[in-house]
Design a protein around this ligand. Structure first.
Ligand code: GRG
Length: 298
């Protein structure tokens, strides 16, 4: 259960990110207006903002500057927003509801949704390349490379390709894990490591422990997502519930059952917490986020 202090911190970071995105996105109504309005519709006014929260929390650990973290947090959220827009398209998940609103291709049209996703993705790299996001240029270059790899064919896009190919297939647990480490885990892991790189006070051994934390949290996020898809309502989730079973998708719930899937999420949570031991109070927001990711109800 999240504490009031954590919820207040998360709420203030979410509000701050909303303002940052609103400022960095193309102005509403500016030409080409349909595309720019779709980009803003896709990325403003919704979502848990888990990935930016991980950037900010890891940035507390690495003592990064607030302005640098804003750029990293906005970049990773724009990549996430693009992935949701494309995932909802008729050629992929064909969904009509996202974050409690009509999906972008429903609200606008399919071509605009495709372009909005493309432009959100390139804006993420534009921000990270053209604004200060770390103490030195080498760290910033590393951040660019890290985000590109996490989003690409060896990361999120690759995981999505495996996901599309696995519908109706009987995956083994290691195959399911591999798919989710790429599809969902890669961007979550990148979020933590972007926050770490933005500050630059961590040594190699500390970064390795943080990376292990990020891997555990990334996988736990997906295990919980599978449980919520099976057990929560469309109204609570703000997206269509029950789609995995409807589409005969292999999930942690279909492979393990809900009880063992929850136990796996709890194990990953414990592993994540253990990897923060030694960081002390500096890691307390990351620890709270790991708990939130596993205990969330939406
Ligand atoms: C189209 C290249 C491409 C990739 C899409 C991440 C992804 C791959 C698709 C999203 C579809 C999905 C439901 C994935 C499962 C886990 C996940 C990423 C859920 C959505 O993320 P949340 O819960 O969403 O953080 P909010 O709306 O809170 O930001």
């Amino acid at each position: 259960m999240s504490t009031p202090d954590f919820l207040a911190w998360a709420g203030s970071r979410q509000q701050h990110l909303e303002g940052t995105l609103a400022r960095l996105l193309p102005t509403a109504g500016s030409s080409p207006a349909l595309l720019h309005d779709a980009m803003r519709y896709a990325s403003l006014g919704g979502g848990k903002r888990v990935r930016p929260l991980l950037v900010y929390a890891a940035g507390e650990l690495s003592q990064a500057s607030a302005a640098h973290l804003d750029i990293a947090a906005a970049s990773v959220e724009l990549i996430h927003a693009y992935s949701l827009v494309h995932d909802d398209l008729p050629c992929m998940d064909d969904d009509t509801l996202r974050r409690g609103k009509p999906t972008v291709h429903v609200q606008f049209d399919e071509a605009t949704a495709l372009l909005a996703g493309d432009a959100l993705q390139t804006l993420a790299f534009d921000l990270l390349a053209n604004h200060a996001a770390a103490r030195d240029v080498q760290s910033q270059l590393k951040m660019l490379g890290l985000l590109a790899q996490a989003a690409g064919s060896h990361g999120m896009a690759g995981g999505q390709a495996i996901d599309l190919a696995s519908v109706g297939q009987a995956l083994t647990l290691p195959e399911l894990e591999h798919m989710h480490i790429l599809k969902t885990g890669a961007l979550i892991r990148a979020s933590v490591m972007l926050g770490a790189l933005a500050g630059g006070t961590l040594d190699d051994e500390e970064r390795t422990r943080l990376d292990h934390f990020a891997k555990c949290v990334g996988l736990a996020f997906q295990v919980v997502d599978d449980v919520l898809d099976a057990e929560a309502s469309t109204a609570t989730l703000g997206k269509t519930a029950g789609k995995d079973a409807e589409h005969n998708k292999p999930t942690y719930v279909s492979l393990l059952g809900a009880r063992d899937a929850k136990a796996l999420a709890a194990d990953l949570q414990a592993d994540a917490q253990a990897s923060l031991a030694g960081f002390g109070e500096r890691a307390h927001r990351l620890a709270e986020l790991a708990d939130f990711i596993v205990t969330r109800q939406f």
